[in-house]
Design a protein around this ligand. Sequence first.
Ligand SMILES: Cc1cc2nc3c(=O)[nH]c(=O)nc-3n(C[C@H](O)[C@H](O)[C@H](O)COP(=O)(O)OP(=O)(O)OC[C@H]3O[C@@H](n4cnc5c(N)ncnc54)[C@H](O)[C@@H]3O)c2cc1C
Length: 393
Amino acid sequence: MASRVLVVGSGVLGLRTAVELTRRRIPVVLRSPVHPLHPSNCSQGAGGLWMPFHCDDPRTDRWAIETLDEIYPFAVDEENLLVRLQYALSFKRTHEGPDTEDFLAKDYHKGTGGKSQLPSWSTDDRLKFQNMTLEQVAWQNIVYKLKLPSLSIAQGAGYNHAWFFETPIIDCPKMMESMLEEVDMDPNDVNVETGVYYESIHQVLEEAKSLNCDAVVNCTGLGASKICQDSEIIGGRGVLLLYDRETCVRLPHPKAEDPLLAAPPEQLHDACIMVESSPWGSDEYPCYMIVRGDTIVVGGTYLEGDDEPAMRPEERKRLLENARILGVDTEASKPKGEWVGHRPYRPVTRCELDSEVSNNGLKLVHCYGTGGSGWTVYAGVAKDATDLILAPM
Ligand SMILES: Cc1cc2nc3c(=O)[nH]c(=O)nc-3n(C[C@H](O)[C@H](O)[C@H](O)COP(=O)(O)OP(=O)(O)OC[C@H]3O[C@@H](n4cnc5c(N)ncnc54)[C@H](O)[C@@H]3O)c2cc1C
């Protein structure tokens, strides 16, 4: 049982782990090179969509559901601005051709061994997940009145079905602020200091001793490749354009092509759209829109091993095209900003006790490598890391 813990890294995993430790009345020292609210933190710029994405650890779905348990009450609370519940639509194409009965069959969830098997998280009732043809989306939208791209154009492009569900969108900067406040206000001994960059895990352990900490949680994300010489962690580079939600002009609703969708613009609601298959998107170049707080986020890329820190002109051009496809009037609206981040991807998330290093009364737990799902799994991962810290040696 630890009596004082050094948490290294102030992304979502570091902050949420610090929060978890303080909730369990363990004094915490938090150290990181930049302030938790600095935009260079991967966790600050992320889309905030709850949906497992490029996180292949077998524990992902459990962590995701545990996180959903934590954020869902916020999402359904009208007064709470940290998390909003939103409809999400992921356009799909299957080469076998659409088979309505198969798409809608309950058994589909149990797995048919086919390529288009649904993910297990989709069975959670809170998400109201449905796999439907685009015609069915059009019919449903008479009720939902969502701002969607033209379904006829989507059909023409070869998309023949869509995942349609309701999911929480976390306002990442606001949630980071709220977690920092909780840590800062904790009556226990909590000490947050930025401007601290460690060169090696050895240096971290020495620092822990000098700070009278008997445990360390390493939440350094991609930084672990250097301090732990972890060759398995790799950056999945992502680029985003940011639009102001209030002033962003949306293309006229495609009444002509989709008469069922016709509704006055003021009656339409924002939706998150995700496309990971051609021609609009692909694994490496997903085309998506996430409406997060006062910002519309348009992405993106998922390029492993690409460490370019700035947006390339051709990427900006592609994002503008994505924005247009997804319904932004790119002539009338200019982005308010852009962002480049590197998802800390590891084939298996490193949430484990380092038994080689943990001895002589000092315990080291690693907690990094959540890829494109850090905000989807953060509460579950932070709780596991805390359990490991508090378990008897
Ligand atoms: C474009 C993009 C969109 C995304 N969208 C989503 C989304 O919609 N939903 C979702 O669930 N996830 C999303 N993600 C993924 C999510 O952002 C990450 O999984 C998550 O932020 C990882 O959190 P972390 O705390 O592990 O890492 P980070 O936020 O990177 O934090 C790591 C911390 O460690 C510190 N550090 C690094 N090296 C050292 C060192 N040597 N010494 C001390 N401190 C160090 C850093 O300064 C930082 O404070 C997205 C990511 C990107 C790039």
